[in-house]
Ligand binder design. Structure first.
Ligand code: 3B8
Length: 329
């Protein structure tokens, strides 16, 4: 290459890395180190270089998040390892029964990782040598839809991991409450139907055939596991969440390692109180046996893991309505 191009190649790489770092700080760590105008001017500089030198465009460039084409439909994706669903419970007795079953099967006490149950859409993200190659919906757990173009527009999903591992991460894609309110306000002003809740809004946004629409919906993610735990160094769920964060994924910070079912119940009661203050919707708590070897011993039923349970909160709206009725009596 001519000397002048070498300096342009170098500048394009610098800009890509700098912009991806700023985007990571803003969307994943929620802790930006520069003002938006700094990001925007560097972004415009990169767009100009890439327009003049298309051969310098790389897939992990922030300019490649929003694709140009509109799809005819979504391809089907076969999940090599199924995305199971969780068994739901609704009271403390069932949590205690779950703990007793686990202790009986393993013949010992176990620790649990508790995570907030994000009320979004399950997605799977496949990376090869650290590069995002495919994003898919859960579908029926075995066959989902390829929504790679749409998931690439979700700023908190890394296009390139912090090291070049190959794995399939799984998590929840959701719409923050504020974005949901703004979107419905906008739709109301436009005389369009409004979405019933952030989960439906996220689902509708990920089902767009034109990823330019998805890109405007301000979706986010919390990743919580990998298809094959052997693809991580960690041997427990709690450490795996930190390992996913170190790779560049957004993980939910409210997780807690609990050493007894009483601690689990305290966590549940704590977040039943706090759920209204969170910037995203949750519909419960997921309780997981922490140790991966113990998870493997417990295994799965046809539809769900024996080593995890979802405690579901009573629906917020219904509760408010019931209180109203009590008041009117
Ligand atoms: N919505 C959620 O925030 C959430 C959902 C799941 C699952 O659906 C799930 C399903 C499995 F078969 C196993 C583990 C899981 O862990 C999970 N962890 C979470 N935090």
């Amino acid at each position: 290459m001519k000397v002048v191009e070498q300096s342009i190649v170098k500048r394009a790489k610098e800009l890509r890395n700098q912009l991806n770092q700023y985007s990571y700080e803003y969307y994943v760590k929620d802790d930006p180190s520069v003002e938006d105008f700094v990001y925007d001017s560097l972004y415009q500089e990169l767009v100009k270089i890439e327009n003049n030198h298309p051969e310098l465009v790389s897939e992990d460039s922030p300019t490649q998040r929003v694709g140009g084409r509109v799809l005819e439909g979504f391809e089907k994706v076969e999940h090599d390892i199924p995305l199971y669903s969780l068994n739901d419970v609704f009271n403390k007795e069932d949590i205690i029964a779950f703990d007793k079953r686990v202790q009986k099967a393993l013949n010992r006490q176990v620790s649990y990782t508790c995570e907030l149950k994000i009320d979004g859409l399950s997605v799977s993200l496949r990376y090869e040598n650290g590069k995002l190659v495919q994003g898919a919906t859960r579908g029926d757990g075995t066959v989902g839809e390829d929504i790679t173009e749409n998931l690439r527009t979700v700023r908190s999903i890394p296009l390139q991991l912090k090291n070049s591992v190959s794995l399939e991460a799984r998590g929840e894609c959701y719409m923050p409450k504020k974005s949901f309110m703004r979107l419905n306000q906008h739709r109301e002003e436009e005389g369009q139907d409004v979405f019933a809740n952030p989960r439906n809004a996220a689902a509708g946004s990920l089902r767009q055939l034109d990823s330019k629409i998805t890109a405007k919906r301000n979706l986010s993610t919390f990743l919580y596991s990998v298809a094959d735990t052997g693809s991580l160094a960690s041997s427990t769920q709690f450490d795996a969440l930190q390992e996913l964060a170190d790779l560049g994924f957004q993980t939910n910070q409210e997780r807690k390692l609990c050493h007894s079912i009483d601690e689990v119940w305290d966590y549940i009661e704590d977040f039943q109180e706090k759920r209204g203050d969170l910037s995203y919707e949750i519909d419960g708590v997921v309780i997981k046996v922490n140790d991966f070897d113990q998870q493997e011993k417990l295994g799965y039923t046809v539809k769900a893991p024996r080593w995890a349970i979802a405690y579901k909160f009573p629906p917020e709206e219904a509760q408010t309505t019931i209180q109203d009725i009590q008041w009117t009596v």
